[in-house]
Design a binder for this molecule. Structure first.
Ligand code: SF4
Length: 277
């Protein structure tokens, strides 16, 4: 017998966290399924060292580097510019260096320095599919080039490694708005200092703890079953779809900076809605 409960079977579950996730999944099931399929196809290619995936990994990595502090759409635009100019000619990027790249591509010297470091690292790995090798090392927790602790989790999740669970401003805002932060703070006797230097780590830990309360359930996506426990990245994708600010996912974007509560499945459970509507 299956060890997990299905959200479809439990319908509105007793557990507060399961209830929130169930309703979210109902709202975004089709787009979630589409995204998961895209990410899993990327992972399949990485796992078999398919050379055709190398450019896409590089593009994702550069976007991730450029995203910090910027909207993802802006980062995507500049990443495309870099790829169009240099392709996978990594040595040329290294030769240009961060100062010239910042002038040619934009996005500042510091971010381009990271791009140059990544290119040097990949050149050092060598072989036909060095980007695939890097992703697999990073996922396995080996000593590999890091995009940054937050960025690594998001990068890997978007390549189909759903064990990885990032936290960003939007998903943290949702966690707070809907009432999960208050719920967790009380339940686990935890205070997150918004100005604390360890804020990200503490929030990351707390969010994982809370979402793992739904760990014994499964998500059914595109006919496949995913135990939540081993796929917290899927929860992040689900929440991110709900609260994203990216024009590409405009239809899914409900809990945006000015939330569209009238379109939201969560009104009866959401602390923000109860306070403001
Ligand atoms: S009810 Fe409004 S504030 Fe609450 S999750 Fe939905 S959109 Fe966000």
């Amino acid at each position: 017998m299956h060890a997990y409960r299905c959200w479809e079977e439990t319908k509105i579950a007793d557990n507060f966290v399961e209830r929130i996730l169930y309703l979210l999944e109902q709202q975004h099931s089709q787009t979630l399924s589409d995204q998961v399929s895209i990410y899993e196809n990327l992972r399949k290619k990485i796992e078999i060292d398919d050379p055709s995936i190398e450019t896409e990994i590089f593009d994702n990595a550069v976007t991730s580097i450029y995203t910090a502090g910027f909207r993802s759409e802006t980062a995507e635009k500049y990443s495309t510019k870099l790829l169009e100019r240099f392709g996978l000619n990594l040595q040329e990027i290294v030769d240009w260096g961060e100062h010239r790249l910042a002038k040619e591509i934009g996005m500042g010297r510091r971010k381009n320095k990271k791009v140059v470091e990544l290119c040097r690292y990949i050149i050092h790995i060598g072989g036909v599919t060095p980007f695939c090798a890097w992703v697999k090392s990073l996922h396995s927790g080996e000593d590999a080039f890091s995009l940054g602790p937050k960025s690594d989790e998001d990068f890997l999740k978007c390549l189909g490694y759903f064990q990885h669970f990032p936290v960003d401003t939007l998903t943290a805002r949702f966690f707070d708005r809907v009432g999960l932060l208050k719920y967790a703070a009380k339940k686990y006797d935890t205070v997150i200092n918004p100005l604390g230097t360890d804020r990200y780590e503490r929030l990351h830990e707390l969010m994982i703890r809370v979402y793992l309360e739904a760990g014994d359930t499964i998500l059914r996506i595109g006919g496949k079953e995913y135990p939540v426990k081993n796929n917290l990245g899927l929860i992040d994708i689900l929440v991110w779809l709900h609260c994203n600010e990216n024009k590409r996912y405009r239809e899914e974007s409900i809990c945006r900076s000015k939330p569209l509560c009238k379109k939201c499945n969560l009104t009866t459970h959401c602390a923000f809605y109860k306070r403001h509507m």
